[in-house]
Design a binder for this molecule. Structure first.
Ligand SMILES: [Mg+2]
Length: 347
């Protein structure tokens, strides 16, 4: 079987209501949809989503169609790691991390989907599964919600069965963070987990000061307390606090993850499917983390369900509520693995 056509379609639209974290305003909902077709007519699809940069999907689509795609026409789509290696080398001169790696990730996702469809199997089965369901929590507590809305949406996430909720922290004052955490805890009750996410906003001293308070309030993990590349700072923080430090959604490729593990800079690793480099790269990062006894909690859901199914150290899938306030497919706080070939309807 040979790859004959690779296409990329871009779409982008303004969010009717932007979402805020401590650093960013997510004002756009966009996607670059990559399709790989073979001489046998089998098709695989991979989607790279965007939360900002309204022209981002179109720029990525050009990069995929004009730079990455021509390099893999005629290749055997089952040689997924060989294709990854070729595309790394192709993009090395202008920088593989960043948008190029998002394109490589989209092709990698499409190739796994294609392999699943070619064999009639869901991807988790091709990866070799460790479990038949994956526990999930809901990221629902955005910074732009007032206390009433924060309480309502977090309570709803627990009501539909999530094992915990995540909320943004890093407000202008610690007192405001504390008020929001206390309000959320009051809304969800004592049992569910409550994760806090600072989205890289703090410096080292402030992360330590606030981390001690989050710890005292019983938060389950402290996510992205510092810049993603401050490995030494993360390691010092992880050493000073008992609340687990979670990070990884802004690291690119497994070689950026190795120092996090070697330096004990994260207690929980959170690769993003797009920025980490796709299914193959996330799987390898997860297995590397497992050798360091570090649990893996995905940044984002979707395709990541299949990767978490295959990882011995899987902790949680990050998910959320649908626009109608439900969580389709969530049973007893976990998602079952799908039986459709490839990634099913997703990818
Ligand atoms: Mg985060």
């Amino acid at each position: 079987m040979k790859i004959t056509v690779v296409t990329a379609e871009a779409e982008s639209r303004r969010r009717p209501r932007p979402l805020n974290d401590a650093l960013q305003v997510l004002d756009t909902s966009g996607a670059c949809r990559i399709t790989v077709t073979t001489d046998e007519g089998i098709v695989g699809r991979g989607t790279i989503s965007f939360g900002r940069l309204d022209r981002g999907p179109a720029v990525l689509a050009s990069l995929v169609e004009e730079i990455l795609a021509p390099a893999i026409i005629g290749d055997d789509p089952a040689l997924i790691r060989a294709i990854r290696d070729k595309l790394w080398r192709l993009t090395d001169y202008h920088g593989t991390a960043g948008l190029a790696l998002l394109g490589i990730a989209g092709i990698d996702i499409a190739l796994w989907d294609l392999l699943g469809r070619a064999t009639g199997q869901p991807v988790w089965r091709l990866l070799g599964a460790q479990r038949d369901r994956v526990p999930a929590y809901a990221m629902v507590g955005w910074s732009n919600y007032d206390l009433t809305e924060l309480q309502r949406i977090c309570a709803r996430a627990i009501e539909v069965g999530f094992r915990g909720v995540k909320m943004k922290v890093g407000a202008a004052t610690l007192a405001e963070d504390v008020a929001r955490i206390r309000a959320t805890r009051a809304a969800i009750g004592d049992e569910p987990l409550l994760m806090v996410d600072a989205n890289q906003v703090f410096g080292r001293a402030e992360a330590l000061r606030r981390g001690r308070v989050y710890e005292e309030l019983g938060c389950y993990w402290f996510e992205e307390p510092l810049r993603a590349d401050d490995t030494a700072g993360l390691a010092a923080l992880a050493d000073a606090l008992t609340i687990p430090i979670a990070s990884g959604e802004n690291n690119y490729g497994k070689r950026q993850f190795l120092p996090l593990f070697e330096g004990r800079a994260v207690d929980i690793v959170q690769p993003d499917l797009r920025r980490a480099g796709g299914v193959t790269e996330c799987l390898e990062i997860g297995l590397l983390a497992d050798a360091f006894n570090i649990p893996y909690a995905s940044h984002g859901g979707g395709v990541h369900l299949h990767i978490l199914a295959a990882l011995p150290n899987a902790l949680f899938l990050e998910s959320g509520l649908a626009t109608d306030g439900t969580a389709p497919g969530l049973i007893d706080g976990a998602y079952r693995l799908p039986e459709e070939p490839g990634f099913g309807g997703g990818g």
